[in-house]
Design a protein around this ligand. Structure first.
Ligand code: KG4
Ligand code: ZN
Length: 337
């Protein structure tokens, strides 16, 4: 089955073509340079740039895959969560193309799509599985008994882990997005600062206290006229974020005894998080999976894969379906696919 996926929820315009779980072409055009000078994503600019990128991007992905539009069996696009103007571009294009080609269309939950990056170019993971999805906007702990039913065990009560890293990186003058730069800087630092670890019962997360602690610490240090030991602070923050994430992951692993433990989302590109999560899985005798770094961050191959599973379980979405900027992973308790 040939599947076309489109992703335009934030600042990446992406298209991919899959044959089943196999990636035939996966192209991501980042708008990062355009947004960088504003210190974050400008929604209106993002939507306009998606619109300009879409046609050449589609041409590129069909060329690379060596297939023609009429050969596509299923079209998928991110439905939410995301920026409404940005979402509308990819979603409307995929729906219109599905109508023109007389092929089925499926709208995809972006946060769930991150989970499916683990299914690409790979055999299906053993179930039950636990997946910790850590992105710029979400921190979700998911449990699946089978490939068609995901239950949300926990989520962040305030800021996402990625948001905390991005904000702290901004205060440290590292620009946007902060995660990769922070990881680089942390390599030359020592985690000597004691930063708060939230004490939460159950499976939820919290990162706003940590974010505030780092910002306050920076202000205190500069108010005294001192230099900010940036590398040490980056290392301390990375350690605290990974501790917060893996602590809850370990708790869930002990309780649910999954056969597979997975990471997903942009923050799953982080080396320390990958290492610590792999150790947690290994100690519990579970298999461990994490997508290659280029499939952790936003892409359309994961959207196509999630759409394919949703289609196989649920069939096509109706043509009247609209985008949903607040689409929440909490919906996944009823999700099949
Ligand atoms: O999943 P994603 O690409 O976009 C969203 O759906 O949000 O995640 C973006 C997040 C940003 O917060 C970025 O700083 C973070 O992923 N990130 C990283 C790394 N690479 C990207 N965080 C830590 N270490 C990295 N290497
Ligand atoms: Zn994402």
């Amino acid at each position: 089955m040939l599947v076309l996926g489109l992703e335009s929820s934030c600042d990446e315009t992406a298209a991919a073509i899959l044959r089943g779980h196999e990636i035939l072409a996966n192209v991501v055009w980042s708008q990062l340079a355009a947004h960088r000078e504003f210190g974050g994503v400008v929604p209106e600019l993002a939507a306009r740039m998606h619109l300009e990128a879409l046609r050449p991007l589609l041409r590129a992905v069909f060329d690379r895959a060596g297939v023609t539009p009429p050969e596509i069996d299923l079209l998928c696009a991110t439905r939410g969560p995301g920026l409404i103007g940005a979402l509308l571009v990819g979603f409307s294009a995929a729906k219109a193309a599905a109508w023109a080609l007389d092929k089925p269309f499926v709208g995809v939950d972006h946060v769930l799509a991150h989970v499916y990056a683990n299914f690409l170019n790979a055999s299906a993971p053993d179930h039950p599985l636990l997946c910790l999805t850590v992105s710029g906007g979400h921190t979700d702990l998911l449990y699946a008994e089978n490939p068609h039913q995901y239950v949300l065990l926990g989520q962040t009560r305030d800021d996402a882990a990625g948001e905390c890293l991005d904000k702290a990186a901004r205060v440290l003058g590292l620009g946007y997005p902060g995660g990769p730069a922070l990881e680089d800087l942390a390599r030359s630092g020592s985690p000597r600062f004691k930063l708060p670890r939230p004490d939460i019962e159950g499976m939820d997360f919290s990162f706003s206290g940590l974010k505030t602690a780092v910002v306050n610490l920076c202000h205190r240090l500069t108010a005294k006229g001192g230099e900010i030991p940036r590398a040490d602070l980056a290392a301390s923050l990375q350690e605290a974020v990974v501790d917060g994430l893996v602590g809850q992951l370990r708790r869930a692993v002990a309780r649910f005894r999954p056969r597979t433990v997975m990471l997903a989302g942009g923050v799953a590109a982080n080396g320390l998080l990958r290492e610590r999560a792999a150790a947690a899985a290994r100690e519990a005798g579970a298999a461990f999976r994490v997508p290659p770094v280029e499939l952790c961050t936003d892409n359309a191959a994961m959207v196509a894969c999630a759409g394919l599973h949703r289609y196989l379980a649920h069939g096509a979405d109706p043509p009247g379906l609209g985008v949903d900027p607040d689409l929440r992973s909490a919906d996944v308790s009823n999700f099949a696919g």
